[in-house]
Design a protein. Structure first.
Length: 94
């Protein structure tokens, strides 16, 4: 049985992996995250990813989500899109 705290830790780790992954040159491996957490990144953040792509802040290639050149300049702002609800609440973003 998964407890509330284990779920939150897993959820927080999912968000952290996205945030850290998007900031590195290799980007976020979508398939790896899906296998590791059982959550499809493209489904969970469909609207947000489309918006970031529209503004040319991220690119998707070979099942990896990466910051564009412009996205690298705004990496912290882009990362906030992927913050967990709890993190947004604590930091006052909601």
């Amino acid at each position: 049985m998964i407890t509330k705290w284990q779920y939150q830790d897993s959820e927080e780790n999912f968000h952290k992996d996205i945030i850290y992954g998007i900031k590195i040159a290799e980007g976020v491996d979508i398939n790896y995250l899906s296998k590791k957490y059982g959550v499809n990144l493209l489904d969970k953040f469909k609207k947000e990813i489309r918006l970031l792509q529209k503004h040319e802040l991220i690119n998707m290639k070979d099942d990896k989500l990466k910051l564009s050149k412009m996205g690298n300049l705004l990496a912290e702002t882009v990362a906030k899109v992927f913050y967990s609800d709890e993190c947004k609440r604590v930091m006052g973003y909601q």
